[in-house]
Design a binder for this molecule. Structure first.
Ligand code: LR7
Ligand code: MN
Length: 612
């Protein structure tokens, strides 16, 4: 081992020279490179620095929606630059080739232009920049992104139960998988790591076979690789890992994470205080193009939209007030993202493990969140624990049976077992899920719900997520129709994997069959809210405009979002300004509020739509 190293020393000057060249490129690049690819090209490779980006709002100002993607799969290759042969050759190669400086401190990786073509081809294998990942060392440094207070808060956590870390994977890249493992080992107190269990969900890449078995033998924490004999999906892979684990606490991670310093102590502390807690870290962002590490906003909690897609929502109003005194204390969340959390091992099984009928991907995070809450546990986020996750725009692997069928079957199971009347709401407006509803055998899960004497979904909504935007018997749900034109109030449509909830409220012809995009909830407090927690909003005072614009924006609980519907006059009165809702003079300008008059322009009909 030593001799080759010495020999290399004599060749050090050319290395220094190339480092010099690379460093200067590093400095010149971002300025001198013109943007080669249009922004909306999925192959657009970003070399921009993401400095200052501190939340899930992306660089176009759009809230990034995670846990919601349905990508095309790798077996239908669409990149014309790459032949099937080349692809199957590349796919089995481990091209891990680290350079000590790349990705250091979470900085973005720079790829020289001569490698752009190959880089773009490799991107398709895992749907992230594999070339960039393969240049970053397994033990790259990351900034300590915790609030200062976190350090002292957990400095005394010596006597905590230890954890088994379970990482399931299907055809993960070597570099991302092992960077996950090394970040666990390198950034956890040794005595808190009981073992690491990698569960291979029937990968077919050569390097994930024997070479992986060999590699993990040399790690300083007992690490094993369990292998599924057929593709079993992430739920059953996690069950396999949990069944084998012997640590007192289970900690699950996706196979492309990077833990930061101090990540583990807050999770274990919280579970040790109350064994019925499921605790997630704050999930930071590893960029899929550059592998830059971006700290994400700590004041988000997890919930879901009307289609049962996971969403991050900003903690607002009273919830934030409550946290004033102790902003780094773990806080309760209606749902977890799903991939990264710790919980007591025995409690995991007491609570029913996972629904083993769930296939491949999706839905299990809500299922577990509902089950925990409704059956006496809780779900939390520990803001002092930060773990990076590589967010992708599409899914790289196959969904045997079809993405739709799998995802909707999983979600149908969640709804049928846990959501009571709100299951009807879900099926009514989600025909894809409704189609697979009757195929679900859920008797065992209903028996579990019975046996654990779990509370109902109404309790969950009222107590765990009182800010929710679902219909309920105490509120209006349906269409808001402009009496004169018979047009329906509508939210701007969401596009692709990004929700674009903000903009003007618009009036469009009503759809003949009820569509969620034209449905609104009006709460007893006078909030007009629709899916994605967006509210009808107007300024309480606007000295510049006679007819201030009405917008559709994130619900804030403020007075500017409160309305009163007068049944007699059929007017929708904005409480803060005492003005009335009406269409703007030009259709494309949407809606405004204006001094109330008895004019027909200001008349609205609230047409309730049955939702269950
Ligand atoms: O068939 C499969 N077998 C597997 O072993 C499919 C997937 N997997 C593995 C996969 O290799 C990965 O390690 O399962 C893990 C999760 O799959 P991803 O990374 O494709 O999922 P994701 O990060 O896009 O999706 C989120 O939602 C999923 C719903 O089923 C899971 O709960 C993921 O764990 C979850 N990820 C996170 O919570 C990370 C933060 C994202 C957010 C918000
Ligand atoms: Mn993931």
């Amino acid at each position: 081992m030593l001799v080759p190293k010495l020999r290399k020393l004599s060749r050090i000057w050319p290395i220094l020279l190339s480092i010099g060249i690379i460093i200067s490129l590093f400095i010149i690049w971002p300025r001198s490179q013109p943007e080669k690819y249009p922004r909306d090209d999925p192959d657009y490779v970003s070399l921009r620095l993401l400095e200052g980006q501190k939340s899930y709002v992306d660089n176009r100002g759009i809230q990034v929606v995670v846990g919601h993607y349905i990508g095309d799969s790798v077996d239908t290759l669409q990149n014309p630059n790459i032949t099937e042969d080349l692809f199957s050759d590349l796919i089995n190669k481990n091209m891990f080739n680290p350079r000590p400086y790349e990705g250091k401190d979470g900085n973005p990786v720079m790829i020289p232009p001569k490698d752009f073509l190959l880089m773009k081809q490799l991107f398709h294998i895992n749907r992230f920049n594999l070339m960039a990942s393969d240049r970053i060392p397994l033990n790259r440094t990351l900034p300590d992104v915790r609030k200062k207070m976190c350090i002292s808060r957990y400095s005394g956590s010596k006597h905590l139960p230890s954890t088994s870390v379970i990482i399931v994977f299907h055809n993960e890249a070597w570099s991302t998988l092992l960077r996950t493992v090394h970040s666990v080992i390198g950034r956890s107190p040794r005595h808190l790591l009981h073992e690491i269990i990698l569960v291979d969900d029937f990968s077919d890449r050569d390097f994930l076979g024997a070479p992986l078995d060999e590699y993990v033998k040399r790690l300083e924490v007992p690490t094993k690789v369990l292998r599924a004999e057929k593709r079993i999906g992430l739920v059953n892979a996690r069950l396999m890992g949990a069944g084998d684990a012997t640590g007192q606490i289970l900690t699950f991670l996706d196979a492309h994470c990077e833990c930061t310093v101090g990540w583990l102590e807050p999770l274990l502390t919280s579970v040790a205080e109350d064994r019925k807690r499921l605790v997630s870290p704050v999930i930071d962002i590893i960029n899929d193009d550059t592998f830059a590490y971006t700290r994400s906003f700590e004041m988000h909690w997890g919930a879901f939209n009307w289609d049962l897609h996971f969403r991050w929502l900003t903690l607002g109003g009273s919830k934030l007030e409550q946290r004033r005194g102790d902003i780094v204390a773990p806080f309760k969340t209606p749902a977890m993202a799903g991939g990264l959390f710790s919980m007591d091992r025995e409690y995991f099984f007491e609570l029913g493990g996972y629904d083993d009928q769930m296939q491949i991907w999706g839905g299990e995070n809500l299922e577990l969140s509902f089950r925990a809450w409704q059956c006496g546990g809780s779900v939390e986020i520990a803001p002092c624990s930060h773990v990076g996750h590589l967010f992708r725009k599409s899914s790289p692997y196959t969904f045997p049976g079809g993405v739709g069928e799998i995802l909707y079957s999983n979600l149908a199971r969640v709804a049928l077992v846990w959501m009571d009347e709100w299951a009807e709401f879900y099926f009514k407006f989600n025909p894809e899920a409704d189609r697979v509803r009757d195929k679900q055998q859920i008797r065992a899960r209903l028996a579990l719900r019975e046996q654990l004497q779990c509370k109902n979904f109404e309790w969950y909504l009222d107590n765990v997520w009182p800010q929710h935007f679902f219909p309920k018997d105490d509120r209006f749900f349906g269409k808001i129709i402009h009496s004169k034109t018979k047009a329906c109030l509508m939210r701007p449509p969401a596009k692709g994997t990004y929700a674009q909830p903000f903009g003007s409220a618009i009036l469009e012809p009503c759809f003949p069959t009820p569509q969620l995009i034209q449905m609104f909830v009006m709460t007893p407090e006078g909030v007009i809210v629709t899916d994605e927690s967006i509210c009808l909003d107007a300024p309480e005072r606007d000295t510049h405009h006679e007819k201030p614009k009405v917008r559709i924006t994130a619900c804030s609980g403020q007075r500017r979002q409160k309305w009163h519907y007068d049944i007699q006059t059929k007017t929708m009165v904005h409480i803060g300004s005492k003005m009335c809702l009406q269409p703007a003079a030009k259709k494309e300008e949407g809606l405004v509020i204006s001094t109330c008059n008895a004019n027909v322009e200001q008349q609205w009909d609230l047409e309730a739509v049955p939702w269950k």
